[in-house]
Design a binder for this molecule. Structure first.
Ligand code: SAH
Length: 210
């Protein structure tokens, strides 16, 4: 149930749902999602569903991870990506196989510790992480070519968006609880253009650290 066959079946399911980016599907077929959840849930890791990771948080549904990743890579491969909401580390691990550099920020120290351990054990060397409130971004490493936010809020702080280069992109679930939409935004020379990628359900992007 945690085998290559289970991952292959998950990839087939994602394809059947219309996900077609071969780069993303190949990586989903390779990253061992069962190592990003508690052992007791490992047997369910290749179901296309979000799962609890403790502290009231969840590992995102594979379909949503694939959708967001494909949206980030659609026009060009971003060299430097900022993720807000490390959680289990799965989304960061998927990205790390596809882009040169991933920076990820998590507000819950305990979750970040577990994610870092996974990155170490799996040998992902191009992921940098910090324990902080992601709403403030990661100024020292800005500008980024892309931003991916894996927790929802009505809108993103201007300071966070300012850390994305002109020509860069952001993918984030926006809107109130129960009515979130996945938005893909591109930063032009005079502002952001927005594209709606459909309804989603994420845990909230809150303020402060734990
Ligand atoms: N990308 C994760 C999804 C985790 S769920 C994965 O692949 O598993 C969203 C995560 O966002 C949670 O871990 C939550 O603690 C975190 N989060 C919420 N608000 C945050 C904030 N202000 N800054 C950083 N992380 C935040």
């Amino acid at each position: 149930m945690t085998s290559q066959r289970a991952r292959d079946r998950l990839v087939e399911r994602l394809k059947a749902q219309g996900l077609s980016d071969p780069r993303v599907l190949e990586v989903i077929g390779r990253v061992p999602r069962h190592l990003f959840v508690d052992e007791a849930l490992a047997s369910r890791a290749y179901e296309d569903t979000a799962l609890p990771i403790g502290l009231g948080q969840t590992i995102s549904q594979p379909y949503v991870v694939a959708l967001m990743t494909a949206a980030l890579l659609r026009d060009r491969v971003p060299a430097k990506v900022l993720e807000i909401g490390t959680g289990s580390g799965y989304q960061a691990a998927v990205l790390a196989q596809l882009v040169p550099e991933v920076h990820t920020v998590e507000r819950i120290d305990e979750l970040l510790r577990q994610a870092r351990k996974r990155f170490r054990q799996l040998g992902y060397k191009n992921i940098r992480s910090k324990h902080d409130d992601g709403n403030i971004g990661w100024r020292e490493h800005a500008p980024f070519d892309a931003l991916i936010v894996t927790a929802a809020r009505e809108s993103l702080d201007p300071d966070l968006l300012s850390q994305i280069a002109v020509g860069g992109i952001a993918v984030a679930p926006l809107g109130p609880a129960g009515q979130q939409t996945l938005i893909r935004m591109v930063r032009g020379t005079d502002g952001w253009s927005r594209e709606n990628l459909g309804a989603v359900s994420f845990v909230p992007l809150v303020r402060g650290v734990l």
